[in-house]
Design a binder for this molecule. Structure first.
Ligand SMILES: NC(=O)c1ccc[n+]([C@@H]2O[C@H](COP(=O)([O-])OP(=O)(O)OC[C@H]3O[C@@H](n4cnc5c(N)ncnc54)[C@H](O)[C@@H]3O)[C@@H](O)[C@H]2O)c1
Ligand SMILES: O=P(O)(O)OC[C@@H](O)[C@@H](O)[C@H](O)[C@H](O)CO
Length: 410
């Protein structure tokens, strides 16, 4: 692994390293999920790369608007509020199996941005169309999950395969490919007069596993294809997402309702930075990143969280705490890895403890977590859900940090 990786992917640059294809013919993309990232990032880059983009969506107002206008506006959260019109887009409802099947029959690329927990449901719908497609022809099809999860496309593949016949599975092995990818752009929940308009931070990164690309893949403007995805994926998850959720959980404890207000508090900002220095130590050890470059990556990440042109609710960034506290995720995985490597992580322990303290009646996972902690006790919850046994050094550290937070914030 090179000690240096590209940290700034320009959304306007056609990135070298993608597999070449004929640039003139239009390609068809089907994107599941017309939410914040679907419209604010994936649909936008696909359209700009010469794909006709068909969103498979649930919101009927949005679908009608897409079908009527065939375009929407992306506004950048910068001083000038620059904007771009994204053209050649439409939408169909996910509940219309006939429409979804017809789109999947002719698609060159399928993407998702629906949330990891919705992938099984989306896979069931996709599988019906893919079964028909594979019976009709064997043109190559790339399927890329654009979710906050390591190996999201691989996960989606296994969900889809559960619904395919044996014959279709064997054909799928030959002509479908599921490149894993990592995406990064902060797109808050928002209410705009125009139901399709979307406001996004200017920064973005989309990194795709090149080893899974088949010949003929249309390069995606602004996406970088790499031979080894793991360093990029871990760097993002254990910096951007670890720091982001710590900001949300700390912010909630301190009584703030947005990430930006939380970051305005110097003491809280410093605690977030310290946790990122700890994950940084781990990332540098695991992937050989240049330490000065990684320090700049942390600085930039914290600045992105604080962007005054964005209002990002704590509830969005904190959402689904059970998912975020899973062993493979942004808090517990770096904690465990750091521990195995003999690295001290007092601040990261506080980040996980702050997640355990998160309560929100509007978030079903937060409600389930608080009910379980109340009924079983924190120690049992840490053992069972986080998979950290009583004897493990981190178990006691987490309980102690949780008590300290409770005392500090009441
Ligand atoms: N918003 C961000 O800043 C951001 C950044 C990077 C990654 N992500 C990831 O992108 C994914 C999407 O996040 P988001 O913020 O856009 O969420 P969102 O809630 O704005 O969008 C998700 C969309 O998926 C749709 N959806 C859910 N289940 C569906 C189904 N069964 N069929 C059709 N549509 C369905 C929802 O209706 C919604 O429009 C998540 O995995 C998230 O972690 C988000
Ligand atoms: O989408 P989640 O719930 O996994 O995480 C919430 C935010 O941290 C996340 O959406 C970030 O804004 C995003 O990952 C930035 O690229």
């Amino acid at each position: 692994m090179s000690a240096s990786i590209n940290t700034t992917v320009s959304p306007n640059a056609l990135i070298a390293g993608s597999i070449a294809c004929e640039p003139s013919d239009e390609r068809r993309a089907v994107h599941f999920g017309a939410g914040n990232i679907g419209r604010g990032f994936i649909g936008m880059l696909l359209s700009k790369s010469g794909y006709e983009v068909c969103f498979v969506a649930r919101n009927e107002t949005q679908i009608a608007q897409f079908q009527k206008n065939k375009q929407y506006t992306v506004i950048y959260a910068n001083e000038r509020a620059d904007s771009e019109v994204i053209r050649n887009v439409t939408a169909i409802p996910i509940k219309s199996g006939t429409d979804v099947n017809a789109r999947l029959l002719t698609a060159d690329l399928v993407t998702t941005a629906v949330g990891v927990s919705n992938l099984p449901a989306v896979a069931r719908t996709m599988a019906a169309g893919i079964e028909r497609r594979l019976a009709a022809h064997d043109r190559p099809l790339h399927i890329i999950a654009c979710e906050n999860a390591t190996r999201g496309s691989t996960m989606l593949k296994s969900y889809i395969y559960e619904h395919l016949s044996a014959a279709a599975r064997s054909r799928a092995d030959r002509c479908l490919s599921f490149p894993d990818s990592m995406i990064d752009r902060i797109v808050p929940v928002q209410w705009n007069e125009d139901p399709l308009a979307i406001r996004v931070e200017p920064f973005c990164e989309w990194i795709i596993d090149r080893s899974k690309l088949m010949p003929g893949f249309r390069p995606i403007e602004g996406a970088l294809c790499v031979d080894r995805l793991a360093p990029y994926a871990e760097r993002k998850l254990y910096t951007v997402n670890t720091g982001h959720c710590y900001a949300a959980y700390l912010g909630r404890l301190a009584g703030f309702s947005t990430i930006q207000d939380t970051l305005r508090e110097p003491a809280l900002r410093e605690r977030i930075r310290l946790a990122l220095e700890e994950t940084g130590g781990l990332l540098i050890r695991r992937h050989g990143f240049d330490s000065a470059e990684h320090a700049r990556y942390i600085d930039k990440t914290v600045e992105r969280f604080a962007n005054p042109a964005i209002v990002d609710d704590v509830t969005r960034v904190a959402r689904s705490p059970l998912r975020k506290l899973a062993r493979s995720e942004r808090l517990i995985r770096p904690l465990m890895l750091a521990h195995e490597n003999g690295l001290q992580t007092p601040n990261l322990v506080f980040a996980a403890a702050a997640a355990l303290a998160y309560a929100d009646k509007g978030d079903p996972e937060a409600v389930r977590m608080q009910t379980a902690i109340q009924e079983e006790g924190l120690s049992a919850f840490v053992t069972q859900h986080l998979g950290i046994p009583f004897q493990h050094a981190l178990h006691g550290q987490l309980l102690a940090a949780y008590r300290e937070l409770r005392t500090e914030f009441g």
